[in-house]
Design a binder for this molecule. Sequence first.
Ligand SMILES: NC(=O)c1ccc[n+]([C@@H]2O[C@H](COP(=O)([O-])OP(=O)(O)OC[C@H]3O[C@@H](n4cnc5c(N)ncnc54)[C@H](OP(=O)(O)O)[C@@H]3O)[C@@H](O)[C@H]2O)c1
Length: 246
Amino acid sequence: MCMPKIALVTGANKGIGYEIAAQLAGLGMTVLLAARDPDRGMKAAETLRSTGCDAHPITLDVTLPATASAAATKIARQLGRLDVLINNAGISGSLSQQPPGTASLDTVRAVFDTNVFGVITVTNAMLPLLMRSPAPRIVNVSSSVGSLTAHSPSGPMAWLPGSAAYATSKTALNALTVQYAKELREAGVLVNAADPGGCDTDLTRPTGFPVHRTAAQGAAIAVRLATLGPDGPTGGFFNDDGPVPW
Ligand SMILES: NC(=O)c1ccc[n+]([C@@H]2O[C@H](COP(=O)([O-])OP(=O)(O)OC[C@H]3O[C@@H](n4cnc5c(N)ncnc54)[C@H](OP(=O)(O)O)[C@@H]3O)[C@@H](O)[C@H]2O)c1
């Protein structure tokens, strides 16, 4: 009998994370919606369950390692393994505090704490559980804003103001993706970075930057990378159209 796959999505109480959880659950997976606020996580999981999905909340603040180990312990006890980890939780940080020449180090640190160090915290807490899966997949939700190529004078991100926090955190996340993929290749863990494209969420709304996609559209690439077959790529950076330049 085919056991349902088990997926954990961080920052799953809203936005792209919620849509990733909904789409994975729609494929028949058991989905753990990780949220730093237990009430928000519970409400999101209830909403998904009301549509017939196997969805459960789990409390996890990616900047608090104790919550990641507690979540891993709970999953080990209740489910025994994890097949898919989606590192989605992310913050943009105050835009006015990240132009490189005047950047607030506190803002840069806070953004890296969530978008980069949080990914290491959660991934390492969940790795022993992923190693018990016959086909483990890790997806890091990155951004084309992290593409160095895209910021060249003729690149698609050339118009964006310089950023020492959000953009650099996603570049670092891409680098981390490559290094995890390298380490875990032999073990059969496929690790990739997803670029959702500009989506209308609480993260982008305050910026006033133009976005043309829904959170559900942004979720699709992460779902595709979470469901790669054994010959799928690892250590790559993809959007809906294929590889994104580093
Ligand atoms: N929207 C876009 O256009 C776009 C484009 C490219 C990449 N992305 C990436 O997509 C991911 C999701 O963003 P989004 O647009 O869906 O933003 P969002 O609607 O603001 O959702 C962000 C999620 O991350 C959670 N989160 C933040 N800090 C956390 C922490 N320390 N621990 C656990 N969860 C935390 C938030 O929880 P709370 O509700 O508790 O704050 C929320 O669930 C991010 O990594 C973002 O960088 C977004």
